[in-house]
Design a protein around this ligand. Structure first.
Ligand code: FAD
Length: 533
């Protein structure tokens, strides 16, 4: 058995994973740090092609200080289900992120030397190569990066985490990684609902994120929360599901309009309600920029074609012969996702980014900090790295249970040995169709029970038939299993009413049963929260 040894293992080299590695290495330069990344660190994760805003930025002594964010930040909408203390930490440390990024060469919008923070605490940045910049900072510090390799399970004993298993998705190498502490930064479950294009990978979130972290952490008994709150990214260009830049970059009167099929203006940012979140107006909805002049259109196109999914967006407009200002751009609700960055679901974490499993830290979209965006991935990624390094300095490696790993490996490779059977993509389509039918909001008891019935059937009849022609397909089969786990957790959570309290979900590792409890979060006034350096 191939065993790799490292002090800290970081799972996922996206936004949070990079910051975790950088801060861990800066805190403890002598520790060995390894990032295992399913894709390639230079262009992986939600940040792959850049981003035009840091959505939570609080500048001390400005119009947008942390205290104001505590009263007016977007997170307030979900206050009953989020830990206020974590949001104060996010607000306080967001300025440090801006400073770090500037040090590494990223430019922020400034007028007369002052940062241009906008409503909702947005700080505009010019960062087409932000991910490449982060990857370079990781490399500069001598962090080992293993690309094209997927972590398939976490290894723990009843007390703590001590390693993980990995599969190289190109050559099928299976390895076991022994680590003193682990940082989980695997992002969201972007491949959850079905996109309007029908393509499994046509998601708003990074399509490599299939809920791996949620499922793996659940299996070793970590606590998860807010899985009954699933996230749409509201209305995005039909079939493309990319953000199309920030239309609010233009002053109010020049904003882009959303109109219905009769040309009536509607609000496309209507938050989800019990009845569903269709804005008023007759579908389909469209983006209308015909009232804007050439100058404004140029500003918008510059944003759209220069960051966040820029290549896909440009191609989308070119292929369809669409011109902003001349043509209406059809909108459609983006597919359902499970996410702690845009949404509020994920692993329960504390102010040190610690999960409820000893030695396991989590940050970014996989953690239930909620509505934390890229800023949260950076802030808590950094905190997770520092915490993991402190833990690794104080603790030793734990012996790997080789027999357990060998048994797991046998099971993992079953679809590859089978060769003939159900292709993972066919199964994933089936599964995500049922997710769309039964786990999509608004949910009700009947729908949730039907979802669970289908999930049981999938486990019994479909999983044993999965067949992979190559190692890439084998990874897809593992991912499909993760999506199924996430669906099961979400369907169970939906059966519970959550009035004013969180529902905490956890697997009892002795019995394998799912346990749930309600947790009333304490209310803290911002002034009572300990200040962060
Ligand atoms: C299209 C889009 C636009 C956005 N725009 C903004 C914006 O303007 N401003 C803002 O503040 N926020 C924005 N966000 C949100 C922000 O990008 C995310 O919250 C943040 O990047 C999440 O970081 P993360 O590290 O948690 O996940 P990611 O950056 O997605 O990284 C997760 C990584 O884990 C890897 N991975 C997953 N599973 C495994 C596994 N089993 N083994 C190994 N590796 C694995 C993936 O390949 C990926 O590289 C946007 C998000 C999207 C999707």
């Amino acid at each position: 058995m191939k065993i790799l040894n490292t002090d800290i293992l970081i799972i996922g080299g996206g936004s949070a994973g990079c910051l975790a590695a950088i801060k861990a290495k800066d805190n403890a330069p002598n520790l060995d740090i390894t990032i295992v990344e399913k894709a390639h660190i230079r262009r992986s994760g939600s940040l792959a092609t850049g981003m035009d805003c840091l959505n939570v930025t609080c500048i001390p002594d400005s119009e947008y200080p942390p205290e104001k964010y505590m009263e007016q930040g977007e997170w307030i909408e979900a206050r009953d289900y989020l830990d206020e203390k974590l949001h104060y930490i996010l607000a306080k440390k967001s300025y440090g992120v801006v400073k770090d990024l500037e040090k590494w060469g990223i430019k922020f919008a400034k007028v007369d030397g002052k940062y241009q923070v906008k409503e909702q605490f947005l700080e505009i940045l010019d960062s087409q190569d932000l991910k490449v910049t982060l990857a370079a900072q990781v490399a500069k510090r001598g962090v080992q990066v293993i690309n094209h390799t997927m972590i398939t399970s976490l290894l723990s004993n009843s007390q703590k985490i001590y390693g993980a298993t990995a599969l190289n998705i190109r050559d099928g190498t299976f390895s076991t990684i022994q680590a003193k502490s682990i940082v989980l930064t695997t992002g969201s479950c972007g491949r959850f609902g079905i996109p309007s294009s029908g393509y499994l990978f046509g998601t708003f979130d990074f399509p490599g994120n299939a809920g791996d972290g949620f499922a793996m952490a659940y299996k070793i008994g970590a606590e998860l929360t807010n899985f009954e709150y699933l996230k749409y990214h509201y209305y995005t260009a039909k079939d493309l599901h990319a953000p199309l830049g920030k239309f609010y970059l233009l002053p109010n009167e020049n904003r882009i309009k959303t109109v219905d099929s009769e040309g009536k203006e509607v609000d496309r940012w209507v938050p989800p309600t019990k009845e569903g979140d269709q804005p008023t107006g007759k579908a389909p909805l469209f983006i209308d920029a015909s009232h804007l002049g050439k100058h404004e259109i140029k500003i918008l196109e510059d944003v759209m074609f220069r960051s966040e999914r820029k290549i896909a967006i440009k191609q989308y407009f070119e292929d369809r012969g669409l011109k902003l200002g001349q043509d209406l751009i059809e909108l459609r609700r983006s597919p359902l996702a499970i996410c702690g960055g845009h949404g509020i679901s994920g692993l329960v974490t504390d102010e040190n980014a610690g999960t409820t499993v000893e030695g396991l830290y989590a940050a970014g979209d996989v953690a239930a900090v909620g509505i934390q965006y890229l800023s949260g991935a950076f802030v808590f990624g950094g905190i997770a790295g520092i915490s993991a390094s402190k833990y690794a300095l104080k603790n030793r490696h734990v012996e790997i249970n080789k027999q357990e790993v060998e048994e797991y490996k046998e099971k993992l490779f079953e679809p590859y040995r089978r060769k003939e059977g159900l292709p993972p993509s066919v199964f994933e389509f089936k599964l995500r169709t049922k997710i769309r039918d039964y786990i999509t909001q608004p949910t009700n008891e009947k729908k949730s029970r039907l979802a669970l019935k289908w999930i049981r059937r999938f486990r019994r009849e479909d999983l044993p038939l999965l067949a992979a022609r190559d190692f890439h397909e084998l990874a897809r089969a593992v991912e499909a299993g993760f999506i199924l786990d996430c669906a099961e957790i979400a369907a169970h959570a939906s059966l519970w009413k959550r009035i004013g309290s969180q529902i905490i979900i956890k697997r009892d590792i002795e019995t394998g049963n799912m346990r749930m409890r309600r947790h009333k979060l304490p209310r803290r006034e911002a002034s009572e929260v300990e200040d962060m350096p």
